[in-house]
Write a new protein. Sequence first.
Length: 191
Amino acid sequence: MDTLELLAHPVRLRIVHAMRGERELTTGQLCARIPDTSKAMVYRHVDLLVTSGILEVAGERRVRGAVERRYRLRHDRAVLDVDVLAAMTADDHRRVFATSMAVLVSEFNAYLDHEDADPMADLVGYRQHAVWLTRDELEEMIRELRRVILPLLANQSTPDRTQHLLSPIFFPVEQPSTDSGSDPDRPDPRT
């Protein structure tokens, strides 16, 4: 199974999210993080992610006669490289986007289901902004966001840190006009 197939599944993507930040978790801990999914399904997907090399065994210990394994994420394997992205079809993009949105909804519902959930105090945000950008402006915005976000991805789990799910999504909702005339829906700035 290729990386696209592995990561474009809601349960596997939630497992990958849970493992970020150099965490080492057992399958039981993952089950607790994904309570709306059966334990058998979490175990099956952890096994598949280990077999594919996206997760690796970080350690083992004996617990009541059984072996308990702690897993960690192989960050270098849990990404879609440029070649995979370039080869994706429109249907692949639809499937990956739908999976990402399903995971986002599941994670948000799991957050709200916690007894102590407080969206205002937790600074929860889910705004959408429609901005007019040239290609150069879009690329500069993406570079600037990467400059801010990439160093934060290296943060490790600590007692004073809370994991947040950040999902930047960019796509054009309108193509630029190809004619040299003005857009009839946009006001003339000279008037």
